[in-house]
Write a protein that binds this ligand. Sequence first.
Ligand code: FCB
Length: 485
Amino acid sequence: MTDVQTRTVEELTFPPEFLWGAATAAFQIEGATAEDGRTPSIWDTFARIPGAVVNGDTGDVACDHYRRMPQDVALMRDLNLNAYRFSVAWPRVRPDVGPANQAGLDFYRRLVDELLGAGIRPWVTLYHWDLPQTLEDAGGWTNRDTSYRFAEYALSVHDAIGDRAPTWTTLNEPWCTAFLGYTGGQHAPGRQEGVAGLVAAHHLMLGHGLVVEELRRRTATADLGITLNLTVADPHDPTDELDRDAARRIDALHNRVFLDPILRGTYPADLLQDTADLMWQGRPWADVVRHGDLATISAPIDVLGVNYYKGDAVSGRQHEDVTGFAGDHAERPTSTPFVGCEDVTFPSRGLPVTDMGWEVQPEGLTRLLKRIHDDYDAPVMYVTENGAAYADTVAADGTVDDPDRVAYVEDHLRAVHAAIEQGVDVRGFFQWSLLDNYEWAYGYGKRFGIVHVDYDTQVRTPKSSALFYAEVARTGRLARGGPTP
Ligand code: FCB
C-alpha cells in the first residue's frame, strides 16, 4: 500500500477547429457610459434605484475597457484564445433611438480590427441587456415596436462590421431580459408585472427573428443564431407527482418557451395551457402572438449558443433549504420570475456552491447539450458562457491562485467533451468571463473573471484559471491528474 494515490484522469482531446474563447458584455466592462454620444440604457437607470444593485454600484467606469480595449485584446492573444464573444451597446450605436452614431460604431470597428489582427475570431452579440432607456420609456420589450427598433439597430451594426464579423447572435439570454426584467424585477428595468415577462419574451423572439431574416438577406456566409440560458429541471423527488409537475412547468417557462418557438415554430402546448388565464392589457397574453410571428421567430439559424451555470432541483412543495434567483439578494424586494409558479421551490441538493450560491453541477451540462440534440433539430452548438464566481485573493506577490475556479473549468470542459462523445456537435466554449466585471445586481462584489481586475488601478492579472485555460486552448487537450496525496 502507498499513501500516495494516483488520480487517473483521462487525457481528453477536443476537435481541431474547436473555438477556445472568452465572453464579456458591453455594460459589464466598457464604462465610458456618457462618451462619444452614448445615451443611458436601462441598466444606467436601474443601478440608480436605491437598493436595486448591491452597494449602489454602477457601470460608469467598470473595467474601463472602452479605453483599454487594445491591451485587453493583446491579453486574450497572450492567453491563446481564438475567439472573443462581446456585445455591442445599443445606446452607443443608436443613442436615444436616433440615427446611427458613427463615433459609437467606431469603437466596434476598432475592436474587430484589433481582434482580427490578433488572430481572434469576433463573435458578436447584438443585445446583452442594455436597452436604450428611451425605448423602455415607451414600454420596452412589452411594446411590439421595440422588436422593429432592434432590427434597425442591428442593421446599423452590420453596416459597420458586417464584412468582418463571421458570427452574429441576436440576444443573450432572453429569459433574463424577459423574466428577471419584467416579472421578477431582479434585473433592469425592474418591473414586477407577472405576465409581462411572457409578453416581453415574445417580442424579444420576434426581434431575434426579424434580425435573422434581415441579416440573412444581406449575407450568405455569416453564421447567425442566438444564445439561451437553459436549465436542467430535475424533480426534487422523482416519485412525487407534485415535484414532477413543478419540474415540467419550470422546464416550459425556462427552456421550451424559447426552444420551441425558435427551433420548431410553435409554443409548447402545456405552457399555453398553464398560462391560459394570464391576461395582458385585458386580453389573454397569447393574443400578442400575431399571424406570421412564429414563422419569423423560427427563421433557420446556424448556431445555438448555450449558457450554462447549473441545473435546478424543482419541487411543488415547501422546503427549508432553498436556492435563490440571480439578483434577489439586493435590498429591493423582488418576485419570482416564474409567472404562475409561485408555489414552486428550488430545494438545495447539498452540492458545493460558488460565491453566487449556485450549485456546482457539471454533469448537468452534458445532459443539457444531449437533450437539445435529442429533442430538437438543433443547429451546431457552442457553450457561449460557463464559469464561476469565487472570492479570489491577491497574494503578496500579486498572483491570484484560484484552484476552485480551475476545477470548475476543468470539470465543465470534461462535461462538454462527454457530450461530444455522445454525438452532440459542440464546436466551441467561451469562459464567462474574460475579466472580473459588473455582475449586474450584484455589482462588483462577485468575480467571474479568469483575469483579475483591480478596480482602483485597472491592473489586469491572469489568475491560475486563465493560465490553465490558456494551456488547454494552446494544445486542444485536457490533462490533469498525476500523484495527489
Ligand atoms: C449570465 C449573463 C452574464 C453574467 C453571467 C454570470 O446570466 O449572461 O452577463 O452575468 O450570467
